[in-house]
Design a binder for this molecule. Structure first.
Ligand code: DPP
Ligand code: ZN
Length: 876
């Protein structure tokens, strides 16, 4: 009940300036002593009660200024510690608690992963270690003494700098004391203790600080850390160059653990990572894994300034650190790789993850105003749409004013806990731009649609664009205001060049950006000497849906000639989506599916165009996914008809272009050893995209090519591509390939995750039974979030036809899994349940079955707050 509201925010009545922790680790009985130096807030009346947060805690001792408290002086429960009448002068509270790390299956607070003690405190895990003002605006300086048996945990790591180590006399135990001089919120606290190998590195900052780097992994994994270390050093250098931000401690440690709820965590000076985002070698990691590792390492490192040095006042401001830091990691990857290819990949992710969220019952603003459970707001909207909002600020202000605004933000708020409003003020003050209307991007949920009609007057040489915008209603937000939408544009001529024009009226313009602000704009462009094709939203300058009267022929012209690579890609997608939508209708009505010959021709041309980056050609050739087509259709979706249309188009392309695709495929073989660089990854991506078509061409020679591709692969990218095509196209040899793959990688859990995912995402009706059977496979573990996401998560989000089976068995399986998992790990269970987010867009039979499954979850007694929240919001 209850929930938390933004408007109820109050500063904490007490401040905690220092935290001295003494943590004596043991698997089932870890003893924690926390000495908190507490001070009454300036506006707090003397005698105001001190209420500390707890979660499942066992209090074993309590001293105030060194004296034991009697039971009249405090009230304690597992979830709360209250001192009704604390001293009005500063005082020290020493709290002792006892924890059971082995019993901690929620993976929040202190737990053990494969024998290693580790912590996860964001958002509210610190209160599972000790009673605390567990909120991000309480900043304290931490010292942590960690003690453990030497044999069990030779390595003891904490935040900040190492101060002292030693043996505990007369015992088999030792200790380490870490001190972090930077005041920080409790969610950034971390410790790690275990028998781990250290991979060393060093970095000298621009101003000459020598930083010792360390990546800690399980013994035997040391040689899989090279890429992560390299990515870390490049990230550190990039933040100096791009944002003038240097690292601020003498040590930066990263630890990889195999049981982790999220991707990684930016604890001050001691990042803890899901091992999936650290470990890589050519035999077990794909090019995509390498790119993800680079991005996540950068993301967590960049948090040191955007998140740690400047943190959030409250959890409603989560996007202040997450959206901004995603924007920063996207820019880093764009600089390190190909900018257009990175932009296309990011927009694909945004459209496939965030747009459906924004269109369904779980829609929420980038800065929500209400939550039941904050863990459920680590979403694509907060992260990916949050990054788009920062990107739009840059688009509207221009490069220089954007950088000036960021500099001002660092200057004003370093060491503080702040808000979205304060962030926007920095850009206003640096640029004199009014951002009041723009701020609606943080407040209004739902993806805006802009509709545009165009007209060319060849006599007057005037081109007119009539824009209108609308934002759909979303939960608790029925009526929306018009937004500021930056539309980067050009007018493309017959030869593909950007046409000159004289004046633009009817809208505010800055360079090549139209700033839509009203519900409607009639934009008149003069001095246009030939009929142009408008290239709108170049680089995806705003996260909106564009509906235009641009003809298919004109889109294909843009696909072939637009000077903006993003819009070339987008134009092909637009044509493919409309063709697939028509195909779906035919399939649903039992009519013949017609294939658009112009589209097939255009795809063939892009494939062969050697002037284009292979990575771009790979993206251009990939048809919209089934979920993307479903999102485009929007309501009454029949996933089987969607799959039929998509499969038909893919088969037709494969048959018509098979010979040329096979030639091209053969020509793209890379000689020499594997390298994860973007250029070679792009060639593999193109070759593996062609392989998908060859797998569906129906030609025997092509099936043989796929088998060969798998058998001869000398790296995981190619091996997994071969396996995926063999299994999903149901080619002869698929079962043998699955067995061979398993044999080869059975001792490498991250490689086995891919094996699970390939089987979970097979669109064949057998998939559900296979997935069920795999839950009993020895390689699967219900307790490990990565295994669970690789199998059940992949089935629910990556297998549209089988999760959405017409008999409801897919929904029931996922609902059952959520209910069973909820007792162990509510956070991961809730995330899995959010796979139902688009259930209302399904056709009536499936909709009813999905609703029944959701109701069954919602009605179960003793649900976690996490799952209850997702179930109830999904049904609202
Ligand atoms: N560790 C998560 C992230 O970096 C939450 N902060 O996004
Ligand atoms: Zn983050």
């Amino acid at each position: 009940a209850g929930g938390v509201r933004l408007e109820d925010y109050q500063p904490a009545p007490y401040t905690i300036d220092r935290v001295d922790l003494n943590i004596r680790l043991a698997p089932k009985a870890t003893r924690v002593s926390a000495r908190l130096a507490i001070r009454r807030g300036d506006n707090t009346a003397p005698g105001t009660a001190l209420v500390l947060d707890g979660d499942d805690l066992k209090l074993t001792g309590l001293l105030l200024d060194g004296s034991a408290l009697t039971f009249q002086d405090y009230e304690a429960s597992p979830n709360r510690l209250e001192i009704p009448a604390p001293p009005s002068e500063p005082f020290v509270l020493e709290i002792s608690t006892e924890l059971d790390p082995d019993a901690n299956t929620k993976l929040m607070g202190l737990y053990r992963s494969q024998g290693t003690y580790c912590t996860q405190c964001e958002a509210q895990g610190f209160r599972r270690i000790t009673y605390f003002l567990d909120r991000p605006d309480v900043l304290a300086v931490y010292s942590t003494r960690i003690e453990a048996r030497k044999g069990e945990a030779p390595v003891l790591l904490g935040n900040g700098n190492l101060i002292e180590t030693g043996d505990v006399a007369g015992t088999d135990r030792h200790f380490a004391i870490w001190h972090d001089p930077h005041p920080k919120p409790s969610y950034l606290f971390a410790l790690v203790a275990g028998d781990l190998a250290r991979v060393p590195g060093e970095f000298t900052t621009a101003s000459g600080r020598e930083v010792e780097l360390g990546i800690y992994v399980e013994h035997g994994n040391e040689d899989q850390c090279g890429w992560a270390m390299d990515s870390l050093k490049r990230s550190m250098r990039w933040d100096e160059k791009a944002f003038g931000r240097e690292y601020d401690l003498d040590v930066f440690n990263i630890v990889a653990v195999s049981d982790f709820n999220m991707g990684a965590m930016e604890n001050k000076g001691l990042n803890i990572f899901n091992d999936k985002y650290i470990l890589a070698d050519p035999d077990t990691a794909t090019d995509q894994d390498y790119a993800n590792i680079e991005a996540v390492i950068a993301h967590e490192y960049f948090h040191n300034w955007t998140g740690n040095r400047i943190t959030c006042r409250d959890w409603f401001q989560l996007c202040l650190k997450e959206g901004l830091t995603v924007f920063r990691d996207q820019e880093f990857s764009a600089d390190e790789r190909s900018r257009p290819v990175k932009r296309i990949s990011d927009v694909r992710l945004l459209k496939s993850h965030q747009f459906p969220e924004d269109a369904g019952p779980l829609a929420h603003p980038v800065r929500p105003r209400f939550y039941q459970e904050i863990n459920n707001f680590y979403t694509a909207t907060v992260y990916e749409k949050g990054a788009e909002v920062v990107r739009m600020i840059k688009t509207l202000l221009g490069e220089q004013a954007f950088r000036a605004g960021m500099d001002l933000f660092f200057e004003r708020h370093d060491g503080g806990a702040t808000t979205v409003e304060a962030f926007l003020d920095c850009f206003r003050d640096a640029s004199n731009e009014d951002l009041d209307q723009f701020a609606l991007w943080y407040e209004q949920a739902g993806t805006p649609t802009i509709t545009v009609k165009s007209d060319y007057d060849s006599k007057a040489k005037v081109f007119t664009l009539s824009f209108s915008q609308s934002v759909p209603p979303t939960p608790r937000q029925a009526d929306k205001k018009p937004m500021t939408i930056p539309v980067r544009f050009a007018l493309v001529g017959e030869d593909g060049s950007d046409l000159a024009y004289e004046t633009v009226s009817g809208v505010e313009v800055k360079g090549d950006v139209l700033k839509l602000q009203a519900p409607e704009h009639k934009v008149t462009i003069s001095g246009v000497n030939e009929r142009p094709i408008p290239s709108l939203l170049r680089g995806f300058s705003a996260p909106v849906i564009l509906e235009s009267d641009i003809s298919e022929e004109d889109y294909l012209h843009l696909a072939a000639r637009d000077g903006d690579p993003f819009n070339r890609w987008q134009a092909l997608q637009t044509v493919a989506l409309s063709s697939l939508t028509a195909g779906m209708e035919a399939a649903r009505d039992g009519a013949a599916i017609e294939v658009d010959g112009l589209l097939v021709h255009a795809l063939g041309t892009v494939a062969e165009d050697e002037s284009l980056d292979p990575a771009f050609r790979a993206l251009a050739l990939q048809l919209p996914a089934e979920a993307d087509i479903a999102r485009e259709i929007g309501s009454d979706v029949d996933p089987d008809a969607v799959a039929a249309a998509r499969n038909h188009l893919r088969r037709t392309i494969a048959r018509e272009k098979g010979a040329s695709f096979a030639r091209l495929y053969e020509s793209l073989e890379i000689d020499g050893p594997y390298s994860p660089d973007a250029a070679s990854a792009g060639v593999r991506a193109l070759r593996n995209t062609l392989l998908e078509y060859l797998a569906h061409s129906g030609a025997d020679g092509d099936a043989e090519r796929v088998r060969d591709h798998f058998a001869k692969a000398d790296n995981m990218t190619d091996r997994l591509a071969g396996l995926t095509q063999l299994v999903h196209a149901r080619l002869e040899g698929a079962e043998d390939a699955l067995a061979a793959y398993y044999e080869r990688h059975s001792t490498h859990p991250l490689a086995i995750d891919k094996w699970l995912t390939v089987q979970a995402t097979d669109g064949h009706p057998e998939a559900l039974e296979k997935v069920r059977a795999l839950t009993a496979h020895p390689a699967f573990s219900f307790a490990n979030p990565n295994r669970l996401r690789a199998l059940v998560g992949a089935f629910a989000t990556g297998n549209q036809t089988q999760f959405n089976r017409a008999d409801g068995a897919g929904f029931d399986f996922v609902a059952d899994t959520v209910l069973a998992l909820d007792e162990k790990n509510p956070q991961v269970a809730a995330r899995l349940l959010s796979a139902f987010r688009s259930w209302r867009a399904l056709e009536a039979t499936r909709r009813k079955l999905a609703e029944n499954a959701l109701r069954r979850v919602a009605e179960k007694a003793d649900l976690s707050r996490d799952v209850k929240d997702i179930a109830e919001r999904s049904l609202q």
